[in-house]
Design a protein around this ligand. Structure first.
Ligand SMILES: Nc1ncnc2c1ncn2[C@@H]1O[C@H](COP(=O)(O)OP(=O)(O)OP(=O)(O)O)[C@@H](O)[C@H]1O
Ligand SMILES: [Mg+2]
Length: 217
């Protein structure tokens, strides 16, 4: 294997990610004082730090995927717990600015096999997108769809632009308002989930707001 400039950047990102991880743990140890201004500052510093760590982690995974395959660690997890955690994070990020709703199907299995960290990251990206684009609400949904677990983030934005829908469906890179990594990353994560030859999928649609849907076999 030759070591080129990209490997150097990946190594650098890796180091930054680890250092920020330590900073994040340090911030987690700062006690809240029950004093609004102080606590709000600590909270936003924590959230920002976690977000940057997540970002760098994703950049590394995308680098890895370009060079080899992403190998998810599949384990049995509760989709109910996952949805609850995503809801809590969405509420923390929305600061009451948007209404966060949840709809979980009655027949949702107690356990499903997936890579908890990767799926959480993909869903959080979708939440960040929804926070930037939604007018008034975000709804997190989970149900079974033709034998696959469907995890959705739905909002009342004006929907995904047409070129994004087309590019993501074809697996082509796209120009975005931000870094444009979020949806590419979610697609890689979804497709790396494989259960006896049945693959995961990222499905984007407008109904009429944006609907982000991960289908996990
Ligand atoms: N919920 C949404 N509603 C409307 N448009 C959206 C929504 N989510 C994403 N988009 C559009 O899709 C584009 C691509 O999203 P993606 O998450 O890949 O990149 P980004 O948010 O621009 O940057 P990044 O997530 O890398 O910081 C966005 O720039 C935006 O135009
Ligand atoms: Mg995004």
């Amino acid at each position: 294997m030759t070591f080129d400039g990209t490997d150097f950047h990946a190594a650098l990102i890796h180091e930054l990610k680890n250092n920020l991880g330590v900073l994040s743990m340090t911030l987690d140890r700062i006690p809240l004082l029950g004093e609004a201004e102080h606590d709000a500052m600590v909270d936003s510093a924590r959230l920002l730090c976690q977000r940057v760590v997540g970002r760098l982690h994703q950049a590394l995974l995308i680098y890895k995927a370009a060079n080899q395959q992403i190998h998810p660690t599949l384990d049995a997890y509760s989709p109910h717990d996952l949805i609850q955690e995503i809801e809590a994070m969405a509420n923390a990020l929305a600061h009451g600015r948007l209404q966060i709703g949840v709809a979980v199907a009655r027949d949702l299995p107690a356990l499903w096999f997936f890579d908890r960290d990767l799926i959480e990251m993909a869903l959080l990206n979708a939440i960040h997108n929804a926070l930037a684009h939604a007018r008034s609400f975000i709804r997190i949904e989970a149900e079974m769809e033709a034998g696959r677990l469907a995890l959705r983030v739905r909002d009342d934005s004006s929907g995904y632009p047409e070129h994004i829908l087309e590019s993501v469906a074809d697996g082509r890179p796209y120009t975005a308002t931000g870094t444009g990594l979020g949806l590419q990353f979610a697609r890689l994560i979804a497709e790396s989930h494989d259960n006896k030859g049945r693959l995961g999928e990222l499905r984007l649609s407008n109904d009429p707001g944006a609907v982000f849907c991960l289908l996990l076999p």
